[in-house]
Ligand binder design. Structure first.
Ligand code: HEC
Length: 198
């Protein structure tokens, strides 16, 4: 289609980035790849992959990732959600909604996490949940507990995060998702080892 033949930069970019990416825009100009290599720019992004923090560009055993290898949701046109989004809906409503309100909408006490999941970088989000955060002074008493020792949260961090991201991106309506992808063996195995079940 692009008629580039052997100039197709795909294998080149793959080696350059040194990590697994199954979908790379084949039209990245060769010159750019060469320049990036010469500049030795570690971690540089190729120019034309979708850079947003929402769009799933690859999946791995039922988990979906953005171009930056950050977990994200995948919702089909008929409303079928990926397993993590479904699981995140359940985990969120077991552990977080008492303070943060149903569906990630926020409450008078704690912020709307559907917005946080979009605004905060993934690693910042994980850090707050793991280590907690406090603002306690005369004017405020705002405490986000640390969940780092709670396996019912830590083993489902990505689930909760992608669910909230789907809510924040307006990709998922309120309520329990009606249709979901099956839970993959890899997700089941990871869950069991995280929970210490094997
Ligand atoms: C006991 C109440 C409470 C519970 C339960 C709780 N949170 Fe929080 N959370 C808070 C409060 C209060 C804040 C605001 C902290 C501050 O002011 O710094 C907060 C802040 C956060 C933030 C930072 C938001 C931002 O935009 O900066 C994240 C992320 C977060 N919580 C995730 C979670 C998740 C995920 C869960 C469930 C596993 C959870 N919280 C459960 C009270 C809670």
């Amino acid at each position: 289609m692009n008629g580039r033949g052997s100039l197709n930069p795909r294998p080149f970019v793959l080696r350059l980035k040194g990590r697994k990416m199954t979908k790379i825009t084949p039209a990245v100009p060769m010159t750019l790849a060469v320049l990036t290599l010469l500049a030795g720019a570690a971690g540089a992004q190729d120019a034309q992959a979708p850079k947003d923090n929402i769009t799933a560009v690859r999946d791995e055993d039922g988990r979906y990732y953005t171009a930056d290898d950050v977990p994200t949701f995948k919702i089909a046109e008929d409303g079928t959600v990926d397993w993590l989004t479904y699981s995140g809906f359940r985990r969120y409503h077991a552990e977080c909604h008492v303070c943060h309100g149903p569906e990630g909408e926020g409450s008078s006490y704690a912020p709307a996490l559907k917005k946080s999941a979009i605004a905060l970088d993934y690693y910042a989000f994980i850090d707050v949940v793991t280590n907690g955060r406090k603002k306690v002074n005369v004017a405020e008493h705002s405490v986000m507990p640390a969940f780092g020792e709670n396996v019912n949260v830590m083993c489902y961090l990505d689930d909760i995060y992608v669910y909230l991201k789907a809510r924040g991106a307006d990709a998922l309506p309120r309520g329990r998702p009606a249709k979901k992808e099956p839970k993959s063996d890899a997700i089941r195995d990871a869950e069991n080892s995280c929970l210490g079940n094997n």
